[in-house]
Design a protein around this ligand. Structure first.
Ligand SMILES: N[C@@H](CCC[C@H](N)C(=O)O)C(=O)O
Length: 290
């Protein structure tokens, strides 16, 4: 079977966008992994199947059909499902606009984490990322943010870093690197170990403060490995920094530099957050699915 695809990226977090406008494409995990394979397939950190929300086969998504015409069916490169992808929402919106399926105004996109609103602002695309929450909220309030979650860079390195777990629709664990540890020097060829182990796994972000409201971040994405950017991860990193400094609930803004570029994060009142950055459509083609 042959499918149409577009390769796109947001700060070099890259995706294979596969339109499924009549909702007939039942992508298996193996097919996704092959599409995402950088040697044997098209290559990407994830695959985005674009499907009308009313044709989605997941009840929680179908419920969003009245609010959002299009569903971002996001899969990680290993074929696993993910609830949300911040960079993916911008690339999907750029693709929908180019295809004439949406206009220039704000659009709503259904995701497994609920509806996300996306708008175009000049060269940038801005996503309202919805509500965020602290995973260990009550304990953080009682015991402070530092001692609850630990991350080891890899299994055999036994110097854990203190971390904070946040839910952005998908799970994140953020480490503020101690000053003596080099962000560039981290070995992210293997998955960092999070303790206690989150039930559904976690994306892990390592962060360094570069200046007021300015961070640098590297990320190990669940279901992928190290990627050059992660939109939900950038939001989690900025918010964690805000929590550690006591400013996450205010209208604070951050610039977060990642290996693939730079993104802007704005904390909104009511524990919501917004992400802004580029979206690039690189190439179009056809490929066969085995
Ligand atoms: N890169 C994405 C997040 C993709 C999903 C993630 N790997 C997960 O499994 O939660 C982003 O830009 O947010």
């Amino acid at each position: 079977m042959t499918v149409r695809f577009t390769k796109g990226h947001g700060t070099e977090n890259d995706f294979v966008v596969v339109p499924d406008l009549d909702g007939r494409l039942d992508l298996t995990a193996q097919q996704v992994a092959l599409l995402a394979d950088r040697h044997a397939g098209i290559g990407g950190d994830g695959v985005i199947r674009v499907v009308p929300t009313r044709l989605a086969d997941e009840p929680d998504v179908l419920e969003q059909a009245g609010a959002a015409e299009w569903f971002m069916d996001y899969r990680n490169a290993d074929g696993s499902l993910a609830q949300m992808c911040g960079n993916g929402t911008r690339v999907l919106a750029a693709w929908l606009r180019r295809e004439g399926l949406i206009g220039d105004g704000e659009t709503a996109i259904a995701t497994r984490a609920g509806v996300r609103r996306v708008r175009f602002e000049g060269e940038e695309v801005v996503t309202h990322m919805g509500a965020w929450r602290l995973v260990h909220g009550d304990e953080v309030a009682e015991r402070g943010a530092d001692s609850l979650v630990h991350v080891e860079e890899a299994e055999e390195i036994d110097e854990p870093y203190s971390a904070l777990s946040l839910d952005l629709g998908n799970p994140h664990t953020v480490v503020a690197l101690p000053p003596e540890v080099s962000l560039d020097g981290l070995d992210l060829t293997r998955a960092p170990v999070v303790r206690p182990a989150p039930r559904e796994g976690s994306n892990v972000e390592f962060v360094r403060v570069l200046g007021p409201g300015h961070l640098a971040m590297r990320v190990y994405e669940r279901g992928v490995g190290e990627t050059r950017s992660c939109g939900t991860g950038v939001c989690a990193a900025a918010l964690a920094m805000g929590i550690w400094s006591g400013a996450a609930d205010e209208s604070t803004q951050w610039r977060v530099d990642v290996p693939g570029g730079s993104l802007r994060v704005r904390a909104l009142p009511g524990r919501e957050v917004e992400l802004a950055g580029p979206a690039v459509l690189v190439a179009d083609g056809e490929t066969s699915l085995l």
